[in-house]
Design a protein around this ligand. Structure first.
Ligand code: TRP
Length: 363
């Protein structure tokens, strides 16, 4: 069986370092591993509209932004197919059939849906499209026969839901769809990077994100204002590392060689943490170190992004068009198989007439 990756992002804003450590970086590694037969990266505009019905302009504007973020991180259109969800109408058709295989109560129990409903204060006015987006996500995955879905851990219930739909479909209509597996980051810290304010999740509305497109000055300003330990007031005070966003980011981004390069007084992150806990290590010093580490990682991405934005927008637009055309062909193939399995492929052959004649002959 071919190894196929599908994953994607909602274009509701530029991508940030949480996306980067949570998924983007891994995608580039998987792309370069050469182990996959096909890789599809989807800009999930239709899914973004499920909770932005009144703000389509936001979704539209972020399509190119997300594509720039992808390419800047090193996704290579020669190796991956980048496409736009709404340009593959087969996905909505698949969803319509999958809807019959999922109960309302199962969707209500989906932890990601539950949590997102709370976060968005939908209360009793949940858009039906939003409520059913796990089904549409199962279509995204199965349309490409994806075996592997690299995502953040918040998406695990979505993959589980997709697996259930696949099993239910195959049981009911015969083996047709492929059961996908999620791949989440190995480093637990990377699964959910907190915001710069120390809050659980980076989110544009909270204003606590570091974007891949941020300038060196913005990056530095955000790091210098980062949440640390509110009780660590004087340098000599003992400090707490747990829940301290600067240390969480260092857990996610720093490597042993960064110490030799930028902070040779410490041989490792453990040594730095130990000093902080003991007291005598100031926040400014650890923030400057984090800035050096992040700058090293993000500067090449930022530079590539600027170059692409300045000189290659037309090619990116064309790449998205071509990607969408080739994704659509693959999805159409799967949809045809699905309809064959469900025997709703009436005009592919004359079987409908023949069956009618046979039934008549028996009477
Ligand atoms: N739900 C994902 C997110 O919010 C985006 C997405 C849509 C996706 N369809 C997908 C991810 C299919 C993986 C596979 O980021």
């Amino acid at each position: 069986m071919p190894k196929i990756i599908l994953t994607g992002d909602r274009p509701t804003g530029r991508l940030h370092v949480g996306h980067y450590v949570g998924s983007l970086k891994r995608r580039v590694e998987l792309q370069n591993s050469g182990e996959y037969d096909k890789i599809f990266i989807m800009i999930a505009d239709a899914q973004a509209l499920t909770d932005n019905a009144d703000n389509p302009a936001k979704v539209r504007q972020n399509i190119i932004e997300v594509a720039l973020d992808y390419l800047a991180c090193g996704l290579d259109p020669e190796k991956v197919t980048i496409f736009i969800q709404s340009q593959v109408p087969e996905l909505t058709e698949l969803s319509f059939y999958y809807m019959n295989l999922v109960t309302v109560s199962r969707l209500q129990r989906n932890p990601t849906v539950k949590n997102e409903i709370l976060m968005r204060n939908f209360e009793t006015s949940i858009p039906v499209g939003f409520f059913t987006y796990p089904i549409s996500q199962a279509s995204d995955i199965t349309a490409f026969k994806a075996t592997t879905v690299p995502v953040g851990d918040d998406q695990l219930p979505m993959i589980e839901q997709a697996r259930e739909i696949v099993r239910r479909f195959n049981q009911t209509y015969g083996d047709t769809l492929v059961e996908p597996e999620a791949v989440i980051p190995e480093n637990e810290i990377c699964q959910r990077l907190p915001g710069t304010d120390g809050k659980a999740k980076m989110s544009k509305s909270l204003g606590n994100c570091i974007y891949l497109a941020d300038s060196a000055e913005e990056l530095k300003r955000k790091i210098m204002n980062m949440y640390t330990d509110p009780n660590h007031i004087k340098v000599t005070d003992p400090g707490t590392v747990e829940g301290n966003a600067v240390f969480t980011y260092l857990d996610a981004f720093s490597r042993p060689e960064h110490f030799a390069k930028y902070l040779p007084d410490y041989e490792s992150l453990d040594a730095l943490k130990e000093h902080y806990r003991r007291g005598g290590l100031g926040d400014v010093k650890i923030k400057r170190f984090l800035n050096a580490v992040l700058e090293e990682e993000l500067a090449p991405i930022r530079e590539r992004r600027q170059e692409l934005e300045a000189n290659h927008i037309e090619e990116i637009y064309e790449m998205l068009r071509q990607g969408s055309v080739s994704a659509q062909k693959v999805a159409a193939q799967t949809l045809a198989e699905v309809k064959r399995s469900m025997k709703i492929n009436y005009f592919e052959d004359g079987a409908l007439m023949k069956e009618h004649a046979e039934r008549n002959a028996q009477e």
